[in-house]
Design a protein around this ligand. Structure first.
Ligand SMILES: C[S@@+](CC[C@H](N)C(=O)[O-])C[C@H]1O[C@@H](n2cnc3c(N)ncnc32)[C@H](O)[C@@H]1O
Length: 230
């Protein structure tokens, strides 16, 4: 199910869409989190004897592909995003760069099926979902050997359903999720699905508070790797 676009906060910010377009065309400075994500993935990509199939969940403009390429990391890249206008923007930008726009798919990760991959990343996405379980269940079902997630992790899970407040005029009544997830709950969930998990400090925010549209965020990375040797 694609969230109803009229009610989807990601569909109602022209400034975000423009930023997404510019990032997709590699016209903006690299995001610190994209840089750290690519560095964290590098050893996993390099230990594979082939270009692994990678799913970038909530890919926005698909700019994470540039961060991988910049480091010489060859992957078979696929992006997934549930916002029609962001995927359309990203597809146009990919076509302009002679990249295959079909690699960018419209869809909600909670409904992902019949998709397998070697690696999956989810950078700044999970928090905006009603629960972590459906997205992570679907990602585990892809058979991915490793999942790399940057999100708002803390001692406990806190569900926040609040207005955004920074959208285009006329849309600031729209609400979204701005959740924090318990490290223990998410870690236990993935360990039960055969992953060993480690949390890694976010290089930019270093465990400190960051306000995201005035909501409290404590960013960190979760690397979940299949226990079996591959
Ligand atoms: C804050 S942006 C992050 C974009 C990019 N990953 C980055 O770090 O710049 C969150 C993105 O996740 C997408 N998103 C949120 N929930 C999603 C879901 N369940 N399935 C697919 N995309 C989702 C939104 O549409 C939006 O484009």
């Amino acid at each position: 199910m694609i969230p109803e676009p009229r009610l989807n906060i990601w569909e109602h910010s022209l400034s975000l869409r423009e930023l997404c377009r510019r990032r997709a065309l590699d016209l903006e400075p690299e995001m610190d989190c994209a840089a750290q994500g690519a560095e964290l993935l590098a050893p996993l990509v390099r230990q594979m004897a082939f270009a692994p199939k990678l799913l970038d969940v909530g890919c926005g403009g698909g700019h994470f592909l540039h961060s991988l390429k910049r480091r010489g990391l060859e992957v078979d890249y696929y992006g997934l995003d549930s916002s029609p206008s962001l995927i359309e923007t990203a597809q146009k930008a990919f076509a302009e760069q002679n990249l295959d726009p079909a690699r960018l798919m419209l869809g909600d990760v909670s409904h992902l099926c019949d998709f397998s991959c070697h690696l999956a990343v989810m950078i700044n996405v999970l928090s905006f979902n009603p629960d972590f379980r459906a997205p992570l269940e679907r990602l585990a079902e892809t058979g991915a050997k490793a999942l790399l997630i940057r999100d708002n992790f803390g001692e406990g899970t806190i569900i926040r359903w609040e207005t955004d407040g920074f959208l285009d005029p006329g849309y600031n009544h729209l609400k979204g999720y701005w959740n924090q997830w318990s490290r223990k709950e998410v870690g236990d969930f993935l360990r039960r699905r055969g992953y060993k998990t480690s949390f890694i400090e976010d290089a930019r925010t270093k465990g400190g508070l960051e306000l995201v549209v005035e909501k409290p965020y404590y960013w960190s990375w979760l690397l979940a790797e299949k226990k079996a040797v591959y």
